[in-house]
Design a protein around this ligand. Structure first.
Ligand SMILES: [Fe+2]
Length: 200
């Protein structure tokens, strides 16, 4: 397996308009999201389901786009379920995506993305029911992601101004794994994506 970061998207985005950047991002998800996220959904379906849960709950467009793009890091380093990649080794996909998109999107989009794995560790630490409700794959990746938080890590997390958004994104992430669920398409998120690119 090859986990080199794919720079092609960044290179294409750098001198593009925000409209074109939106299309580049959506096309990237369409082309690279066809690998499996887990046994039930592709990575593209997982992103669309997460974003749909966000939209249906009346979330801000920043958080809707954060939900859509939260696992872009998996695609950028080409890790997916078929190889068991992110179950055995943690490549910090949440940091990868947030850093990659930092020139183009603001903290209201990127910080919940950056925090969506710590959010899982946080929720597992404070809420045993949350841990029990995770999928088997998510329980397994939890171990390589660091397991429960220490008191210091938990206190640090609670100081973050995007804590609530990150925990909320995490719940949509956990919910976005339903086999065969119909959702809006990538094109239905284009206007929100252009708007948050423009707002940066
Ligand atoms: Fe996810």
């Amino acid at each position: 397996m090859n986990h080199l970061l794919d720079h092609s998207l960044a290179e294409a985005m750098v001198s593009a308009s925000n409209e074109a950047r939106a299309d580049l991002l959506l096309n990237y998800l369409a082309e690279h999201g066809l690998t499996n996220y887990d046994e039930n959904v592709t990575q593209l379906e997982h992103g669309l389901q997460s974003a749909t849960l966000a939209r249906n709950s009346g979330a801000s467009r920043e958080l809707v786009i954060g939900a859509l793009l939260h696992d872009l890091g998996h695609l950028l380093v080409d890790e997916h379920a078929a190889t068991g990649d992110f179950l055995d080794e943690d490549l910090n996909h949440e940091e990868v995506a947030a850093d990659y998109l930092a020139p183009y999107l603001g903290p209201a989009v990127l910080e919940p993305i950056r925090l969506h794995v710590p959010a899982k560790r946080y929720l597992c630490t404070v809420d045993p029911d949350y841990y029990n409700g995770l999928s088997d794959a998510s329980k397994r990746s939890f171990q390589v992601q660091g397991g429960k938080m220490s008191d210091e890590e938990k206190a640090e997390m609670e100081k973050n101004e995007f804590l609530e958004e990150a925990l909320t994104l995490r719940r949509w992430d956990d919910g976005g794994k339903v086999k065969g669920l119909e959702t809006p398409t990538l094109a239905d998120f284009r206007d929100d994506l252009v708007a948050v690119l423009e707002a940066k």
